[in-house]
Design a protein around this ligand. Structure first.
Ligand code: NAD
Length: 501
């Protein structure tokens, strides 16, 4: 059981062992619900990243993971899934304490994670190599092989979910991994590394270096031994990281920011749409990349929808994340709270109407980074609150006159990660989905995930795909073997020249 009373000091996890930073530096992890110290964690830099990549390279070269029979990888990943399942109550409490998300949300989210390890173990176990239709008497078989040492940079908003979406396919494919988790929430990643070791993952296959993006993260992006870098983070971080990795031709997958439209079509059940729109916006206090924070509703139904959404938002219970009755926790940090407050002021100044929320709650919640669920009505598509990712519990309601205008507003933004469509007419919803520029679209739902779902965005929301078969393939490369089934050609033989002429 990880102690959460501020007394514990956690090291990096390198080559199967916990270790301190060479210079002994540590940083604090605090509880966003009350500001209390949870633990201290080793602060790593280039030296620790170097050691972790040494360990991962040695493990990869030794073939203790990459070259073991795939049924062995399958067995260990399934055992990891079982151990993870057994540890879920503890991990959910730990994650809730560090991120501030209500325990009820954390339990629901983390409850899905063992499936990812089982799914990708099965994908690797059942993967079949190809034989191409090669011209002539040749056999060309195409093997899918692991990349080697891969780096993963993960954010604070869903620490274990996002790690799992990257780690499960990376390990299943036979890679060795170095993870740099967010400095705000490194504890569950460290806990998972220990679980993986106990499940039988060989030392060096999964390493964790804790520290800050500008130092440890940057060192990971620039190590030439890395074969792939997989980031989930902000769009600006994506630009920096892709540039650093690009210098060394390290392939990059980036899952970045978003500003999902929630499109309510005429004829949709407004109660269901309001329930969906509030769920889309306020889960995780709006701190998700797919947060549905642009509600597009036909002008004839806007007032009725806003009224229903406001009623639901006002009923959301704010409180201690560890209390199972709590539905909305604090934001993760003072910086996120200030950002949210700043954007609400920007919205007000631009002339949008605060239909509910728009302030910090008082009383007992004053010592945490809480903010009330906030709905802006009368929002114009060009306003900053309708264009920028706020990453707080703030949603905007915009109106449209016909489907063409709804599509135009939905697409007229740099992001292109996700959207949801609410309709009683699935065919109309599917037609509209074809016209949206984003990678994930739900019809009559939002936030739903699955290990088999290829996840990722278009435009400034990123490149590449995470999870699903696409995500698995992105952790492999191909090796073509061409076998001549006939007599080898003697190209320079004299009689050959005669024959060719
Ligand atoms: P962030 O970009 O600040 O950090 C993400 C990770 O990158 C962290 O581990 C951080 O330490 C590291 N990092 C930061 N700067 C770096 C640098 N210069 N060099 C190397 N590493 C660096 O993101 P965050 O605040 O932790 O997370 C929130 C962001 O993540 C939001 O923009 C959100 O939309 C996005 N996100 C996207 C998805 C998705 O699937 N597309 C999912 C969750 C979150």
């Amino acid at each position: 059981m990880t102690t959460l009373d501020g007394t514990a000091v956690h090291g990096h996890f390198i080559d199967g062992h916990e270790r301190a930073s060479a210079d002994g530096r540590t940083f604090e992890v605090r509880n966003p619900a009350n500001g209390e110290l949870v633990a201290r964690v080793a602060e790593g830099g280039a030296a620790e990243i170097g050691l972790a990549i040494d360990a991962a390279s040695a493990a990869f070269d030794a073939g203790c993971w990459s070259r073991v029979p795939v049924r062995e990888r399958h067995r260990i990943l399934n055992r990891l899934a079982d151990r993870l399942e057994a540890a879920l109550p503890e991990l959910a409490t730990l994650e809730s304490t560090c991120v501030g998300r209500p325990l009820r949300e954390m339990r629901a989210q983390l409850g899905r994670l063992p499936e990812f390890y089982r799914y990708f173990a099965a994908v690797a176990r059942t993967a079949e190599d190809a034989v191409t239709p090669f011209e002539g008497a040749y056999l060309n078989y195409v093997r899918r092989v692991p990349l080697g040492v891969v780096g993963q940079l993960t954010p604070w908003n869903h620490p274990l979910l996002i790690l799992t979406k990257k780690l499960a396919p990376a390990l299943a494919a036979g890679n060795c991994v170095v993870v740099k988790p967010s400095e705000l929430t490194p504890l569950t990643t460290l806990a998972l590394a220990a679980l993986a070791r106990d499940a039988g993952l060989p030392d060096g296959v999964f390493n964790v270096v804790t520290g800050f993006g500008a130092e440890a993260g940057a060192a990971l992006c620039t190590d030439r031994r890395l074969r792939k870098l997989d980031l989930t983070g902000g769009t600006e971080t994506g630009r920096v990281v892709a540039k650093l990795a690009g210098e060394n031709l390290i392939r990059v997958t980036c899952e970045l920011g978003g500003k999902a439209p929630v499109i309510v079509l005429p004829g949709a059940d407004l109660d269901r749409a309001a329930a969906g729109a509030t769920f889309a916006a306020f889960i995780a206090s709006g701190q998700t990349c797919v947060a549905g924070t642009r509600v597009l509703v036909h002008e004839s139904q806007a007032a009725a929808l806003v009224e229903r959404m406001v009623r639901r938002a006002r009923a959301i219970r704010l409180g201690d994340p560890l209390d199972l009755a709590t539905q909305l926790g604090p934001l993760v940090s003072a910086a996120q709270l200030e950002r949210t407050e700043r954007y609400v002021e920007i919205g007000r100044a631009a002339g949008a109407t605060v239909a509910c929320g728009g302030r910090r709650p008082g009383g007992a919640l004053g010592s945490g980074f809480f903010y009330e669920p906030t709905i802006f009505a009368g929002v114009q598509p060009s306003m900053r609150i309708a264009q920028d990712e706020i990453f707080g519990p703030v949603t905007c309601v915009l109106t449209y006159r016909d489907d063409d205008e709804a599509v135009r507003i939905a697409n007229d933004i740099p992001f292109g990660l996700a959207a949801s469509i609410w309709t009683g007419d699935a065919a109309r919803g599917m037609k509209l989905a074809e016209r949206l520029e984003c990678g994930v679209i739900w019809i009559n739902d939002h936030h739903r995930i699955d290990p088999a779902l290829p996840w990722g965005g278009m435009k400034d929301s990123g490149m590449g795909r995470e999870a699903g078969l696409d995500g698995y393939r992105e952790y492999t490369t191909t090796k073509s073997v061409i076998v001549n089934l006939d007599e080898p050609v003697d190209w320079y033989a004299t009689d050959d020249i005669v024959r060719l002429s």
